[in-house]
Design a protein around this ligand. Structure first.
Ligand SMILES: Nc1ncnc2c1ncn2[C@@H]1O[C@H](COP(=O)(O)OP(=O)(O)OP(=O)(O)O)[C@@H](O)[C@H]1O
Ligand SMILES: [Mg+2]
Length: 260
């Protein structure tokens, strides 16, 4: 019997990057589902402006980076000037996804002593119209502390004024406490749930922790690899549900179980 159980998860996206379905095949059903996610987030913006948002999950490898990057692409494709930030300093992927340098990035901003930040020094062009990228930057020994820092909040306030939408890929709630800290300073957070993998107790705990930190939860994305329609050898499926009075009643039931 093994003394230590191997940590569930895969490093595939860290090495090869996430699948950019919305770029490769914008007309596919998967891309359409991603656009529905974006539309539903926009519904939440009726009463409150949502300019800064993050995607997180309960645990690692639940599909956060894949969902986040594709949602960001659909915002850009809709003509919104979008900044996508790799805020998962433990398992960064954005530089691999866009095949770009990670010598400078978010950590360069957060560890710099400079009073003023020149955004052009750190933000890169993704190659997708309207989509700019801030990679993680070199990973320091104390990655979590940086994400929860005051400097990070100040930086988000700065980029907020330069972009229509700022989207952050954040480390899992149950793994990194600073996720809550930063999330509470954003306009909202979307929880990515992996169908058949994420345990109900983990979702409930994540929601409790986010609510405790006064994070505005915008909804969840159900990442369902069993409903095959991607045409890439594996399937994606996204369900989106809200507990704020939007959408059909039956769509709310899953979400409401965890919100109450
Ligand atoms: N719907 C899906 N169908 C099949 N595979 C998927 C799906 N979503 C994600 N994956 C795969 O699952 C793995 C983890 O996905 P991803 O890296 O997006 O998750 P993550 O939550 O960001 O993980 P991490 O904790 O490493 O940040 C990757 O190999 C990715 O290609
Ligand atoms: Mg990730």
């Amino acid at each position: 019997m093994a003394l230590f159980r191997k940590k569930r998860g895969t490093n595939e996206t860290m090495k090869k990057g996430a699948q950019l379905i919305t770029v490769a095949d914008p007309k596919s059903p998967v891309s359409e589902q991603i656009r529905i996610v974006r539309t539903n987030i926009n519904f939440m913006a009726v009463d409150h402006d949502i300019k800064t948002m993050a995607f997180t999950s309960a645990n690692i490898s639940e599909g956060k980076s894949t969902v986040t990057v594709n949602v960001a692409v659909t915002y850009a494709q809709a003509g919104r000037k979008t900044l996508l930030i790799d805020g998962d300093l433990r398992r960064p992927t954005l530089h691999s996804t866009f095949n770009m340098s990670n010598q400078r990035g978010l950590t360069s901003v957060l560890t710099s002593d400079a009073k003023e930040i020149d955004l052009d020094d750190v933000i890169q062009d993704s190659g997708v119209d309207n989509l700019s990228i801030l990679t993680s930057g070199p990973i320091p020994p104390n990655p979590a502390e940086l994400i929860g820092s005051k400097r990070m909040q100040t930086f988000i306030e700065l980029v907020r004024d330069h972009y229509d939408v700022v989207i952050i890929d954040l480390a899992p709630v149950l793994a990194v406490s600073d996720t809550q800290e930063l999330a509470s300073h954003l306009d909202g957070v979307v929880l990515v749930v992996r169908q058949g993998v994420t345990k109900k107790a983990a979702i409930k705990r994540s929601v409790e922790m986010l609510k405790f930190a006064k994070v505005r939860i915008l909804g969840y994305v159900m990442n369902d690899i069993s409903s095959s329609n991607a045409g890439y050898g594996y399937g994606y499926g996204y369900g989106y549900g809200y507990g704020y009075g939007y959408g059909e009643e039956k769509k709310k039931s899953f979400w409401d179980r965890f919100r109450s």
